[in-house]
Design a protein around this ligand. Structure first.
Ligand code: PLP
Length: 421
């Protein structure tokens, strides 16, 4: 029975039931963590050959990988990801272990030095960014850190709310937007070809409007169906806005999260722009790690085969999350959640005004959740209802206990709120 169909007496007995369940949870002395979307040890083990297999040759593509230089990254590695990301290889740079740092640097370069279209540095005027939410908290942290004003817009099932996007890009201070196009963090949404085409062709008042197309989960399917990302660079080029999109990706959740390789794709002009600035910052990327990755992965098919093995580890965890949410919350009308076909997260929306309470209750019972509101700019969820579940890291047994505990906290907070009304 849904909570809103219960009488006061029934609500009171539900509250007592959940208080009892919560007291038992507290006595269990748990220490569980479903905060961040990190790969588990079992997933990292899939790439242990990166640590142990010797490099077949120190010369790759005619370059001594041990030495300085080679700012664009090794072609042998770039060609593998060019195929997967559907980007011409000469428009794709390979770099070090974190695509997030390439996103950060791109914005710093634009702020300090302007862009190919606009020599005037962004910092010389107001800079605003559209932030589809729920979204990735670290994108928002970059904006906050760099003084870029964030405008929250809704992330829908096929991409950002285009009505809001159209309205805001009429402001020349709106210089760009974040977007995780495939299996977005945290909702699992996939940007449709139609939305991508509209974004590419959009009339933006800023001549150098940028889409930060963070394709972190491009190959992270949780089913046998491979979802292809929209060809944003092609769409931007054919719409007469070739420089609009910067594409980011990495092997953080393919090989080793702390020691993978990252990629930046863009128009020839954007690639030259990025390289001109990054050449001041570094004498070249870690090509030894790039060579190790090219050798270990072998081909685009090699990457997809490895992802199929990740899937074997991840699917039982995502199924467990779905099962517990349905069994424990399904009948009560106190939450909705996503069933993503890929990526790393399940997005849980609880009763409005109770997400912070749920996170607090969970914390006091030894279950660490991502702070309520984390998936929104400035950490502010206007409805205080959003919770991001990251099932990948804990072993299945710990995840099961954490989810059971979370369900108790969701029900307890919902019953408290219903009785307080
Ligand atoms: N982008 C998104 C959407 C993510 O969810 C994450 C990690 O959780 C990252 C980027 C981090 O990528 P990297 O490890 O390449 O910096």
């Amino acid at each position: 029975m849904t909570l809103d169909s219960l009488s006061r007496d029934q609500l009171e007995s539900l509250l007592a039931e959940q208080q009892q369940a919560y007291a038992e949870l507290q006595q269990a002395d748990l220490s569980l963590d479903i905060t961040r979307g990190k790969p588990s040890a079992a997933q990292l083990d899939l790439s242990n050959d990166l640590l142990t297999a010797p490099l077949q040759d120190t010369k790759v593509d005619g370059v001594d990988v041990r030495n300085y230089g080679g700012g664009t990254g090794l072609p042998a590695l770039r060609s593998i990801f060019a195929e997967l990301l559907n980007i011409p290889v000469d428009q794709l740079i390979a770099a070090n272990n974190a695509s997030l740092s390439m996103m950060h640097d791109s914005l710093v370069f634009a702020l300090l030095h302007g862009t190919p279209e606009e020599a005037k540095p962004w910092k010389d005027g107001p800079v605003k960014f559209l932030c589809p939410a729920p979204g990735y908290d670290r994108h928002f942290a970059i904006c906050e850190h760099l003084g870029i004003e964030m405008i929250t817009i809704d992330m829908l099932e096929d991409g950002p709310d285009m009505v809001a996007v159209r309205e805001h890009v009429a402001d020349p201070a709106v210089k760009g937007m974040w977007l995780v196009p495939t299996y977005s963090n945290p909702t699992g949404a996939v940007v449709s070809d139609a939305v991508a085409a509209e974004l590419a062709a959009l009339q933006a008042a800023a001549p150098d409007f940028r889409i930060m197309w963070d394709n972190a989960y491009a190959v992270h399917d949780l089913t046998d169906e491979h979802v292809k990302s929209a060809d944003i660079l092609g769409l931007c080029a054919s719409s007469g806005n070739p420089n609009r999109a910067l594409v980011f990706a990495s092997t953080s959740k393919v090989t080793l999260a702390g020691a993978g390789v990252s990629f930046l794709g863009g128009s020839p002009e954007n690639i030259a722009w990025y390289l001109s600035h990054t050449a001041i910052r570094t004498i070249g990327p870690d090509k030894v790690n790039q060579a190790r990755h090219a050798q270990f992965l072998g081909s685009a098919q090699g990457v997809l085969d490895l992802m199929a093995r990740h899937r074997e580890v991840l699917v039982p965890k995502f199924e467990t999350v779905q099962r517990i949410l349905s069994e424990r919350l399904g009948d009560h009308g106190v939450a909705t959640w996503t069933s993503p076909k890929g990526g790393y997260f399940v997005n849980l929306d609880v009763v409005d005004g109770t997400a912070s309470r749920v996170v607090q209750l969970a914390k006091e019972a030894g279950i660490a959740l991502t702070p309520a509101g984390a998936s929104f700019p400035y950490g502010r969820d206007p409805r205080d209802r959003n919770i991001r579940i990251a099932p990948s890291f804990p072993p299945l047994e710990e995840l099961t206990r954490a989810m059971e505990g979370l369900a108790t906290c969701v029900l307890l907070a919902a019953a408290e709120k219903a009785l307080a009304a």
